[in-house]
Design a binder for this molecule. Structure first.
Ligand SMILES: [Zn+2]
Length: 601
């Protein structure tokens, strides 16, 4: 009995001991797990690393738009709090096949997202607010802007989903309003541009005052809305401005950008006494131009129709916000056929040759509601944006062969730019007299030209690029923060440097070859490999080309030694290498080659 009791007792101690040890292990494992999770959540990637920030200094960081046209995103930082100005997109080109829209890469903002006081929008152009729908879910901060910009932003969010439109809290302000956002005092200052309600931002933080211009020009008669607030510009100058962060887009263009009212006067001359239909294209967001054309139409005895969703939406937003009060009633495109040709004025999107826009469809005669005929006139009330020469040239050729006249906006003076040219920049630097200038929004040559203009006006200018962190309190660049671009691909944002987009480019350049190899346990081919060519050969020669590539691949596999033949990766490497080599030798191409190996038995 005693021994049995001891034994039982020993056994009981053993179980309890194991339980105690087990509990300890469990506690240690749990602690390790929690530590690992916390650590993973706090470890920052290289893209999220920030230099140390002095809490007593104000910082500026261009995340997008400085060194490029488009995709504007600027950040101010003070005492651990952050403010964003604008959140724009740019459009893809041949270097990003299949990617229409590009946003800033905001990985660096993710660790500070919960300390962003607000996103302030200067105006409603895509390159200043177009990324809201893609990037706001990562930021989740309040958005502040004036009424027209808010309405356009809401429409764009709604295009994505009702959920998006409801989630983003947009707070409306008026020009002249001042709002305290954490340590940032923000004032909206009305300027002129090529869209209603363009605003500069006057930012007061601690002892620094920044005038962040946004996009602007000096237009004494902008047709839609008031002229720029010269009185307030003089007031802030008298109070003293430390930094002017300034639009550089037109800094290489001499003179003045010209008034929208002057473009309207020229349009009246150019459009008078023309036979047939008038199809006029301009930027959809240029509400003033649309207004001028609407005002001219009755005098020309023409009715107005609008082709293109974006122009319809901008016009609608402008009407709701109280602009375009006298705009004539719009004839639905489907009713144009009931009007005589010389009573039609058609305003349409697509001045840059965008393939899905209305003007491209009119050029290729594939528009469902309108067929232009010989003797009609197409008017470009726009400028050609560099890079679009080919697509615009293609449309002009299509109109020319059908004897449809084309009038060029730049040559005829029926377009004016919305950005400040050299003399306007000089005027602003001389009026504001900032201590320092930071040129933004432009490519390298624009930024440099703007900096030179500032220096010519006696203003110290810093030339920076995206990612340069500027200590505004000490007037120096103090480090780099990661910036980049993301392509909108389906529902995902993919960095434009990602292998996924590099692969697309490779396929675009050389096509692709995909093969399937079925082998037994010893690597012996059990059937002839299957092969599929995409964009590599003309259909007439595709079968012969495929057979030739397949022979090269088969020879390479059969030449492998017994050990390699038992290794799937070795078989795959040899087959892909053979395909690449044979493609280059036989076709002079470097297609993307992929081989799938299936081993049976
Ligand atoms: Zn703009």
């Amino acid at each position: 009995m005693p021994s049995a009791i001891r034994s039982a007792s020993a056994s009981s101690d053993g179980i309890n001991g194991w339980r105690r040890t087990g509990n300890k292990i469990w506690v240690i494992l749990s602690a390790l797990f929690i530590y690992t999770v916390l650590e993973l959540n706090t470890v920052l990637t290289d893209a999220q690393h920030w230099p140390d920030l002095d809490p007593h200094c104000l910082y500026f960081l261009p995340v997008g738009g400085t060194g490029e046209i488009g995709m504007n995103l600027n950040l101010y930082a003070y005492n651990g709090r952050f403010l964003l100005i604008d959140l724009g997109i740019m459009f893809g080109d041949e270097a990003t096949p299949g990617v229409d829209v590009i946003t800033p890469d905001i990985r660096a903002l993710e660790p500070i997202a919960d300390r962003i006081e607000a996103l302030v929008l200067t105006h409603a152009h895509e390159d200043h607010l177009g990324a809201l729908r893609y990037l706001w879910p990562k930021l989740k901060c309040p958005v502040y802007c004036t009424g027209f910009t808010a309405r356009v932003a809401q429409r764009k969010l709604k295009e994505m989903s009702d959920k998006h439109a409801k989630a983003v809290k947009i707070k409306r302000v008026n020009a002249g309003d001042r709002v305290e956002l954490g340590p940032f005092r923000v004032e909206w200052l009305h300027l002129t541009h090529s869209i209603p309600e363009p605003n500069g931002i006057v930012l007061d933080v601690a002892d620094q005052r920044v005038f962040h211009t946004g996009d602007w020009k000096l237009d004494p008669n902008p047709v839609v809305g008031e002229s720029y607030d010269a009185k307030r510009l003089e007031e802030i100058a008298a109070e003293g401005v430390d930094w002017m962060v300034c639009d550089s887009t037109n800094a290489t263009t001499p003179g003045w950008s010209g008034s929208e009212s002057e473009a309207a006067r020229k349009l009246a001359e150019v459009l008078a006494n023309r036979p047939g239909r008038l199809a006029v294209t301009c930027f959809a967001s240029n509400v003033a131009r649309v207004s001028s054309l609407g005002s001219l139409a009755p005098g020309l005895k023409r009715r107005v129709s609008i082709l293109g969703r974006s122009m319809h939406e901008m016009t609608q937003a402008a009407k709701i916000e109280g602009y375009l009060p006298d705009f004539p009633s719009i004839v639905p495109a489907s009713d144009l056929g009931y009007l005589p040709r010389d009573e039609q004025m058609i305003l349409c999107t697509g001045s840059q040759g965008e393939p899905r826009a209305a003007l491209s469809k009119l050029a290729s005669d594939t528009h469902p509601d309108l067929h232009l005929e010989a003797g009609d006139t197409v008017v470009f009330s726009s400028k050609m944006i560099p890079g679009n020469e080919k697509s615009i040239g293609r449309m002009r050729n299509q109109f020319a062969v059908r004897n449809i006249d084309v009038l060029d906006g730049e040559a005829l003076g029926i377009h004016v730019s919305g950005h400040p040219c050299v003399e306007e920049l000089k005027w602003m630097y001389q009026t504001i007299a900032p201590r320092h200038a930071l040129p933004v929004h432009g490519e390298g040559r624009h930024l440099k030209a703007n900096a030179d203009i500032a220096r010519g006006c006696g203003v110290n200018a810093l030339e920076i690029r995206n990612g340069d962190l500027v200590n505004l309190s000490h007037a120096q660049v103090v480090g780099k923060v990661y910036t980049g671009r993301c392509g909108v691909v389906g529902n995902s944002l993919i960095p434009t440097t990602s292998a996924a987009l590099r692969e697309r480019n490779k396929v675009k350049m050389g096509g692709s070859v995909t093969a399937t190899v079925v082998i037994d346990g010893n690597g012996k081919l059990l059937a002839p490999p299957g092969i599929r060519l995409l964009g590599v050969a003309d259909p007439a020669t595709e079968e012969a080309t495929g057979a030739s590539l397949m022979r090269s691949m088969t020879t390479a596999i059969e030449a492998l030694g017994p050990n390699s033949l038992k290794d799937d990766a070795a078989v795959q490497d040899a087959a892909e290498h053979a395909l690449k080599k044979a493609s280059y030798r036989k076709l002079g191409l470097r297609p993307v080659c992929q081989v799938m190996v299936a081993r049976l038995g």
